[in-house]
Design a protein around this ligand. Sequence first.
Ligand code: AR6
Length: 179
Amino acid sequence: MTTIRRGDTAIEVITADITTLEVDAVVNAANQQLKGGGGVDGAIHRAAGKARLQEACRTIGGCPTGEARITEGFDLPARSIVHAVGPRWKDGTKGEDDLLAGAYRHSFTLAAEHGVRSIAFPAISTGIYGFPKERAATIAVLQCLAAADSGKFERIVLCCFSSEDAEIHASALTREATS
Ligand code: AR6
């Protein structure tokens, strides 16, 4: 685990299953339909309780790429789930960077509006959506640093699913935090 402190905020990189984390909110790497799917989305839907989470998502209707929506956490230890829709990677010239940054930024804004003080993110878009991992990690940590500077969060967790991903995020975090 790597932790840096920025003002009153701790930013951590850990390797874990995000569904087990005791934080105010976990972020889901969702699709525009908010219908559930594979990867971390499938894991969150299973752990939260499929029927109730699907019903909550159905009520919301959907979410454009680069934005986020919030539901209850149901059976998760987390009180809330922020459903963020990252972009599918195409070739890097289709606005992917801005859309990914938007998914993180919007998640933080929505979370803060709901009184969330601790929040955990998966590596949005880097699985099924194919976003290059180092490039996505840099975008993620820059948004985390900006959110820390807002003073609205006590704890921001970048929850990686493999130690290789955690190393990529930890080195991006230490590099960007000191630059
Ligand atoms: N905890 C933490 N991270 C996880 C977990 C977990 N339990 N499971 C997977 N990851 P992906 P995307 C990591 O594919 O690329 C879905 O079908 C995974 O190793 O879940 O944004 C949605 O419905 C990777 O690092 O999300 C969308 O259609 C990261 O989570 C689409 O996939 C993101 O991988 C979204 O694709």
